[in-house]
Design a protein around this ligand. Structure first.
Ligand SMILES: Nc1ncnc2c1ncn2[C@@H]1O[C@H](COP(=O)(O)OP(=O)(O)OP(=O)(O)O)[C@@H](O)[C@H]1O
Ligand SMILES: [Mg+2]
Length: 501
C-alpha cells in the first residue's frame, strides 16, 4: 500500500511539474464532462418527448374508442371489433374494455396483456375529451388536462404506458365501463443498455480526441518558450549584444521577453564598464612599473656611487607613492561598490572642517601661487553644520581642492564655500579659475580612469580616479556631485548633501 501510495505521489508530482500533462488533462476532463452532460441532457429530452407523444396518442385514441362505442350502440361484439381494429391500426397500441370494478373483461384486443389486477390507480373521465381532435389540439389538451398515465412492466420485461379512462356506456352496462389503453414504450432494457454503451463510447472517443488535441496544443504553446530558451542559450560573454526576438513572440510572452532583454542591456553595460575598467587599470599600472623597471635596469648596468643609488631610490619612492595611492583609491572604490564602505555619519561643524582641509593644502597652494579662500553661510534657522562621515567628507573635498589647485591659474583664488539649509541639507562648493572643462567631458569626468585628453598627455600625476571617488562618496551619503564649467567663468564642483535620513 505504501509503495502504491509513493508511486501515486510521484505520478502526481510529475503531472504537477509538466505543463503538457496539465493542459492535456484539463482539456480531456472538460471534454468528458461536456459529452457526459450533453448525453444525459439529450437522453432526458428524448424521454420526455417520447412520453408526450405517447400520451397524446393514448388520449386521442381514447376519444376514438368512446365515440365508436357510442356509435356501435354498446354491443359487446362491436366493442370487440373496435378494440381489434385499434390494435391493427396502431401496432404498439393495445386496448381493453372492462367493467367498472376492473374485474370482468368485456372486450379486449388479442395482444392485450395487462392483468386487471395491475390497473393504474388513476382513472381519467373520458367525457372530458371532445371528439375528432386534430393532433395539435390533442397536444394542447394533453397539457391542460394532464392525464395521469403510469408505466407498467410486464413479466417478459416489456414496458407499457397505460391510460385508464371511464366511459358511460348505458347500453353495455348499467355502470360506466373502463377503457384501458396501453402503448408499448420503446424503452426496453436492451435499448437502455445500448444507449448506455453509446454514451460510454462517446465519452471514450471524446477523451481520446481531447488528449490528442491537448498534447498538440501544449506542444504548440511550449514551442515558443523552447525557442526563447534556445535564443537565450546562444547569448554569452562573446554575444552579449544578441537579444531575444520580439517579432514572432506570442503576446503573453512579450512582457517577460522584454524584461529578459532589459536585463541583458544592464548586464551588457555593466560588463562593458568592467572590461573598460580592467584595461584602463592594466594600462595605468604598466606605465609606473615600466618607469621603475627601466630606472632600476639602467642603475644596475654599471657600478654606481652611493649618491647615484640614492637618487634612483628617491625617484622610485615617488613612483611607489603614486602606485600605492592609486591602489588605495581602487580598493576604496571596490569596497564602495560592494557596499562594504559603511558610513558613520554625524554632525560636522563646517568652519572647522573647511579650515582643516585648507590647512592640508596651504603649502601646495603657496607653491602654485594660488590663494585658498573659505566662506560658510547658513540659511535663517539653519546651523553651520553638515550630516556626513568625516573622513569621507575630507577625502571628497581634498580630491576637489587638489584638482582645483592643479587646474587653477597662478595668481587666482580657489574658494571653498558651504551653504547649510534649514532642513539639515548642505551644499559644498570648490571653485577655481582656469581652463573650462569642455561640455562633452563634463558628464564623463566622474567615471573611473576618465581624464580629459589634454590632461592625460600633459600630466603624469593623475590617474583619473579622484572624481570617481567623489561620486562614490556622495552616493554613499545619498547625495550627488555635479560640475559647472564654461569659458570665461570659474569652474565649480558642487557636493549636495541631503538632510539626515
Ligand atoms: N577643476 C578642474 N578644472 C579643469 N578640469 C578638471 C578639474 N577637475 C578635474 N578636471 C578634469 O577631470 C579629470 C578627472 O579628474 P580626476 O580627479 O578624476 O582625475 P585626476 O585628477 O586626473 O587624477 P587623480 O585625481 O586620480 O589623481 C581630470 O583629468 C581633469 O581633466
Ligand atoms: Mg584629481
Amino acid at each position: 500500500v505504501t509503495a502504491a501510495g509513493a508511486a501515486l505521489r510521484r505520478t502526481l508530482g510529475a503531472v504537477r511539474r509538466s505543463m503538457t500533462a496539465q493542459i492535456t488533462l484539463s482539456i480531456t476532463l472538460v471534454s468528458v464532462l461536456i459529452v457526459a452532460i450533453l448525453g444525459m441532457a439529450v437522453d432526458q429530452f428524448v424521454r420526455s418527448e417520447l412520453r408526450e407523444e405517447n400520451e397524446s396518442l393514448l388520449l386521442s385514441n381514447l376519444a376514438f374508442v368512446r365515440d365508436d362505442l357510442a356509435a356501435a350502440g354498446y354491443n359487446p361484439a362491436r366493442a370487440r371489433a373496435i378494440v381489434d381494429n385499434l390494435e391493427r391500426r396502431v401496432h404498439r397500441l393495445h386496448a381493453a374494455v372492462l367493467d367498472e370494478a376492473g374485474g370482468a373483461v368485456i372486450a379486449s384486443s388479442p395482444n392485450y396483456a395487462i392483468p386487471s389486477a395491475n390497473l393504474p390507480e388513476h382513472v381519467f373521465t373520458a367525457e372530458r375529451l371532445p371528439g375528432g381532435l386534430s393532433a395539435a389540439e390533442v397536444a394542447q389538451l394533453r397539457e391542460r388536462l394532464e392525464p395521469k398515465t403510469s408505466i407498467w412492466a410486464a413479466p417478459d420485461g416489456r414496458r407499457y404506458r397505460v391510460l385508464l379512462g371511464r366511459i358511460a356506456a348505458p347500453a353495455l352496462s348499467a355502470r360506466p365501463v373502463l377503457v384501458a389503453l396501453a402503448i408499448e414504450t420503446s424503452n426496453t432494457p436492451e435499448l437502455r443498455t445500448h444507449n448506455r454503451r453509446n454514451l460510454l463510447l462517446g465519452i471514450a472517443a471524446a477523451a481520446l480526441l481531447a488528449s490528442v488535441f491537448g498534447v498538440w496544443i501544449a506542444g504548440r504553446i511550449l514551442a515558443n518558450t523552447r525557442r526563447l530558451g534556445a535564443a537565450a542559450s546562444r547569448i554569452g560573454a562573446q554575444a552579449l549584444d544578441e537579444r531575444l526576438p520580439l517579432s514572432d513572440t506570442p503576446t503573453e510572452l512579450v512582457e517577460s521577453t522584454l524584461a529578459f532583454n532589459h536585463m541583458l542591456d544592464r548586464l551588457q553595460s555593466a560588463f562593458e564598464r568592467l572590461s573598460a575598467f580592467s584595461s584602463d587599470l592594466a594600462h595605468d599600472l604598466r606605465t609606473p612599473i615600466g618607469n621603475l623597471l627601466g630606472e632600476a635596469q639602467v642603475a644596475l648596468s654599471r657600478p654606481r656611487s652611493a649618491d647615484e643609488y640614492r637618487a634612483v631610490l628617491e625617484s622610485a619612492v615617488e613612483e611607489y607613492e603614486r602606485l600605492s595611492r592609486m591602489i588605495g583609491n581602487m580598493l576604496f572604490l571596490a569596497r564602495a561598490d560592494n557596499d562594504q564602505a559603511t558610513l558613520s555619519a554625524h554632525w560636522i561643524d563646517l568652519d572647522t572642517e573647511l579650515d582643516r582641509v585648507i590647512g592640508y593644502f596651504e603649502l601646495l597652494a603657496e607653491e602654485r601661487g594660488i590663494v585658498l579662500d573659505k566662506s560658510v553661510r547658513a540659511a535663517a534657522g539653519a546651523a553651520r553644520r553638515v550630516w556626513a562621515d568625516e573622513s569621507m567628507l575630507v577625502r571628497a573635498l581634498s580630491n576637489l581642492v587638489s584638482n582645483a589647485l592643479h587646474h587653477g591659474k597662478r595668481g587666482t583664488r580657489v574658494t571653498l564655500s558651504a551653504t547649510a539649509r534649514p532642513d539639515g541639507g548642505c551644499t559644498l562648493e570648490v571653485a577655481n579659475e582656469g581652463d573650462a572643462i569642455p561640455a562633452e567631458h563634463q558628464l564623463r569626468i566622474f567615471e573611473r580612469f576618465y581624464r580629459v585628453e589634454s590632461a592625460r598627455q600633459g600630466s603624469a600625476s593623475g590617474s583619473g580616479l579622484g572624481l570617481a571617488i567623489v561620486r562614490s562618496i556622495m552616493e554613499l551619503h545619498g547625495g550627488r556631485a555635479s560640475v559647472a564649467s564654461a569659458p570665461g567663468q570659474a569652474t565649480v564642483f558642487t557636493l549636495h548633501f541631503p538632510p539626515p535620513a
